[in-house]
Design a protein around this ligand. Sequence first.
Ligand SMILES: [Zn+2]
Ligand SMILES: [Zn+2]
Length: 325
Amino acid sequence: MAKKKDESEGLTKSLFVRCRYCGQKNGVKDGYKNGDANCGKCRLPLSNEPHKKFADLSKHDYVHPADSKALAALRAIPGIDNALRKLLEVTGESALRVIFTASSVKVTPKQFPDLHAKLQVACTTLGVEMPEMFVQQNPVVNAFTFGSEKHIIVLHTGLLERLTDEETLAVISHEVGHIHAEHVLYLTAARLMEALANASVARLVPGSEIIKFIISAGINSALLAWARRAELSCDRAAMLTVQDPHVVGRVMMKLAGGTAASKIDYEEFLEQGRQFKKTCDDKALDKFWATIINAGQTHPFPIWRVSEIIDWAESGDYAEVMAKN
Ligand SMILES: [Zn+2]
Ligand SMILES: [Zn+2]
């Protein structure tokens, strides 16, 4: 709430707004209106609207049914957790950690302080312990989370350069969502299997016996099928943090069409999503997932993701979660 505060016995009047996301007290100019200024700490737009932090959010409050169904199929495979832990052990999950700590910049209160504040906002909103986060110089528009024991989020510069502060919060919250929804062991394994998809590379890896087992037991295909669907749940986690479906929608628009924002109409983009969903019955949907896997896409098409998130926001389920916790 913007308040007038008397200073030095009422001689100077100043206004301040407490950031609804991170709690920082910000001085603002007289005549300030919502959205006029950004917080000095997290750089998110200042507003007098409330921002909800969840006291006890359960993953069951928001996981997408396609995610839970595919996850149940995955968990039903005997010995899967042991096999995947073994995979991470022998393929050197720890080596990945070394690569990122050696080649990326760690986000701290002093290094990328606004990203650190945004990570804090995502974690306090969803109720997740702060993971480590790194920024990597990489033109590929991407962000990901890995690490079965100690979670690490990596953001590519190619992504950060294209997003507004609110959109960046949405992306960080999507990644924090993977931690909250307990996706990270399976997600890390899925990424490793993708990297090892090249058989000649797999032969060089000391754990190739375990890789053979994972492929022959059907774990690999179930894992990849699940990983795409898991994205839909984490878009919802992003939505629960930014609390505006159109921020998530705009991220999808940029993922789909790049950043020539002047040439892309958001309303048209939403309409494209709605039309896409209308023409997709269950049969077409199965085909859709198969196409994604065949196309080697790690994230489902943005058009589909935006139609899913807008649908969820409008279904009443979102309002129910917001009211419950
Ligand atoms: Zn702030
Ligand atoms: Zn994701």
